[in-house]
Ligand binder design. Structure first.
Ligand code: TXA
Ligand code: MG
Length: 313
């Protein structure tokens, strides 16, 4: 085990916080069975206590000990390890810290494919509760440097990933606590794949009125500066975020993917939003980020547009 990982494992065991990479975004993790450690995540992020954390485990077997797996849950578990979170009914209330669950009778479980995430969970020998490693409401962190910007002054350890978080968008969340699975958050794993795996039509959070993913209803993933979507031209006091051949050119602009590749755009999205936000912070004449249209043609396009819509809300 590397020195870095060794130290991180010791931190988790001591009830402290470790930021670790997943294939989606960085997580800010603590021993999910330790109430005080989990409370510290909420205070570090300034996260509302009503917003539960995802519980990261290393295998389906470990997930089954925490959540009650229905037939649909088992089917979706075949996509693990991967960018998918499954919400099931909680088996044993005492197995996970209350605050991590926000007192809900359900639990969001995820097996990440990132080797550092898996090693951390296995070596610490406990489930790890982890939200994205950003202050509540701000853009998620996809690079080690992003995590340090927010939390370097705190007593945490951040594990450095060689290649960052390749997917760059948070996991798809599917709630399987009723007969019809419901997609609570869009991501790389799209509706078509989920429907093919469970063998039936699924619902979407857009059609339900109760708050099933508390974090999904509010303004989220936001930069400090305003965002304007589906922009065709750059206004004089704006900076631009392009996609493909769009031409939001002027003061300063970036391109999510010059070749118009949605996976590359997803991977770049948060780092570029952060870069533009920083530029605006240092240039008082800039009042907003204009974002070019991103095609809605696939589940990935839907996921990117979903994040942008919340960022601009
Ligand atoms: O890709 C990801 O999912 C990343 C990495 C670190 O795993 N994590 C992440 O966590 O995005 P966070 O906290 O930023 O988003 C988790 C979402 C929140 O909207 C929360 O409300 C929802 O999951 N959630 C957690 N537990 C839930 C539950 N029992 N029922 C419904 N939604 C739940
Ligand atoms: Mg988050």
């Amino acid at each position: 085990m590397s020195y870095q990982l060794n130290k991180a494992v010791a931190y988790i065991k001591a009830g402290k916080i470790v930021a670790f990479p997943t294939e989606t975004v960085y997580g800010l993790g603590a021993d999910a069975t330790n109430e005080i450690a989990c409370q510290r995540i909420f205070s570090l992020k300034k996260r509302p206590l009503s917003n539960p954390l995802i519980i990261h485990v290393a295998s389906l077997e470990q997930a089954e000990r925490i959540g009650d797996f229905s037939e649909d849950a088992y089917k979706l578990g075949s996509l693990w390890p991967g960018p998918l979170t499954i919400v099931t009914t909680l088996k044993d209330k005492k197995s996970i810290a209350n605050c991590a669950l926000a007192n809900l009778p359900t639990v969001a479980l995820r097996v990440s494919s990132h080797p550092l995430a898996l090693a951390l969970i296995n070596e610490a020998a406990c489930p790890i509760a982890a939200p994205s490693a950003n202050p509540s409401g701000y853009v998620s962190a996809t690079l080690y440097e992003h995590v340090l910007e927010h939390f370097a002054s705190q007593d945490i350890i951040a594990l450095k990933a060689e290649d960052g978080c390749v997917y760059g968008l948070e996991s798809t969340i599917v709630d399987v606590t009723s007969n019809i699975p419901v997609i609570l958050r869009y991501g790389f794993i799209g509706v078509e794949l989920i429907e093919a795996i469970v063998g039936k039509k699924v619902g979407s959070a857009a059609n339900i009125h109760t708050i099933r993913a508390p974090g999904m209803l509010t303004k989220h993933y936001s930069t400090k500066i305003a965002i304007r979507l589906n922009a065709i031209h750059l206004q004089i006091d704006e900076i631009g975020l392009n996609f493909g051949e769009s031409k939001l050119l002027g003061n300063y602009s970036l391109n999510l993917s010059e070749k118009g590749d949605l996976a590359q755009a997803a991977s770049n999205l948060y780092a570029m939003l952060r870069q533009l936000d920083k530029y605006a912070e240092n240039n008082s004449s800039i009042i907003g980020i204009a974002v070019a249209p991103i095609p809605l043609c696939s589940s990935l396009g839907i996921a990117i547009n979903d994040r942008l819509k919340r960022a601009a809300a």
